[in-house]
Design a protein around this ligand. Structure first.
Ligand code: MEV
Length: 401
């Protein structure tokens, strides 16, 4: 069967039938699906991952539908506890699909190591000396991560930033090493590089090294997502399409003008982003840190996605850092995360990052459309009530509403 991501009436199917549909479309076996019954990680596995383990904490896993990205359909696993996130993203992806689907690009998978050097007497000369030894330092860095170099990655370039004087430390330099992490998120690789070059950098700078760690502001590993929604797709029972489109663009301008609104706008984006980051076994704290630092990089906190009207099309664009991987990390231990990647059918970190960005943009569109029309509470509370009813049923109580 084709991997068509449009499955009308999926939400109405009984849970077991939903799984059968997924098995057929994602080329899985019945045993594969059973992995999910334990959440993909058992107690023994948890005990190998964290300290003082006492159990496993699970989240619902659902399927985001209707995603077409650069002409390819994807079924998108989403792990999230908030009702309406998956339905909203799927609904918005259907609208974008009517305009041809998402267009997406990902930068090369470059992460950056920071080496702090303190007590530098002559920062300008120190910078020149470090830059003059760049090839030696990059070789030293690559010698510390030979398997990454074998896979085609490695340290690519370095730069030296002279930062402010700190009273008790003297003049501080910060050396950035940009590392191509291929399909890994790369935190361990980057930290290894930082630690491997620090002593030599300190000698060259005539100072002493301080912190040696990646930056989560991974602004060389961005995804850029575009969506074009025909006005006709946006109409609601109570509002005509033209009004809805203009009101979504106005809501986007509100986020550009007001950091308080931008924070909530971006939270709606992260509803979708985090759900896929978590489902695929990635570090959502790192993605969150990168997103909000990038949102504020101009000196003012700004929306990660914006919408504007172009003729009879609503155009959306999202740009954000996306430090995610398809190898290493949790994947070795978490069968659920491995299955999520199989459902997506991705092996490249860049493609995974683009998919995650599209889910973020879809979540944003759904939120703005709801906010610009009937408000968020009606749909949200209907789905919330469904969850509460289910809880009551599970507990054997009668639903009296
Ligand atoms: C709720 O989880 C997310 C929203 O607040 C996002 C937004 O306001 O854009 C609805």
């Amino acid at each position: 069967m084709s991997k068509d991501s449009r499955i009308p009436g999926f939400y109405r199917l009984p849970p077991a039938a939903r799984r059968q549909e997924l098995i057929a479309r994602a080329d899985l076996s019945a045993d594969d699906i059973l992995t999910l019954d334990g959440g993909g990680l058992d107690f023994a596995g948890a005990d190998r991952v964290v300290e003082n383990a006492i159990g496993v904490y699970t989240l619902p896993l659902g399927l985001g539908l209707n995603f077409r990205i650069n002409g390819v359909d994807y079924l998108v696993p989403m792990a999230v506890e908030e009702p309406s996130v998956i339905a909203a993203a799927s609904n918005a992806a259907r609208m974008v699909r009517l305009g041809g689907g998402f267009s997406a690009e990902a930068d090369d998978p470059i992460m950056t190591a920071q080496v702090e050097i303190a007590g530098v007497a002559d920062p300008v000369t120190a910078r020149q000396r470090i830059e003059a030894h760049a090839t030696e330092l990059l070789n030293l860095a690559n010698a510390a991560v030979p398997r990454l170099v074998q896979r085609g990655g490695g340290a690519r370039s370095l730069e030296v930033r002279i930062s402010e004087r700190v009273a008790e430390l003297g003049q501080r330099l910060v050396v950035h090493v940009h590392i191509d992490c291929r399909d890994a998120m790369g935190a361990n690789l980057v930290n290894t590089v930082a630690e491997s070059i620090a002593a030599r950098v300190a000698i060259l700078a005539g100072g002493r090294f301080g912190l040696r760690i990646l930056t989560n502001l991974s602004d060389r590993r961005l995804v850029r997502i575009d969506a074009r929604v025909p006005f006709a797709a946006l109409a609601t029972p109570g509002a005509d399409a033209d009004t809805v489109a203009h009101d979504i663009a106005a809501a986007s301008r509100f986020a550009e003008d007001d950091p308080y609104r931008a924070a909530t706008h971006n939270k709606g984006i992260m509803n979708g982003v985090d759900a896929v980051v978590i489902a695929t076994g990635n570090d959502w704290r790192g993605v969150e840190a990168g997103a909000h630092a990038f949102a504020a990089v101009s000196g003012r906190y700004r929306p990660l996605a914006t919408w504007s009207v172009d003729g009879d099309t609503l155009r959306g664009r999202l740009v954000m850092p996306m430090a995610v991987g398809t190898v290493g990390g949790t994947l070795q231990i978490h069968a659920g995360a491995r299955l999520a990647q199989r459902i997506l059918g991705v092996t490249s970190a860049g493609t995974l990052g683009m998919i995650i960005g599209c889910v973020g943009l879809a979540s944003n569109l759904a939120a703005l459309r709801a906010l610009a029309t009937e408000g968020i509470q009606r749909g949200h509370m209907a789905l919330h009530r469904r969850a509460v009813d289910a809880t009551v049923r599970t507990n054997g109580l009668e639903v009296t509403r």
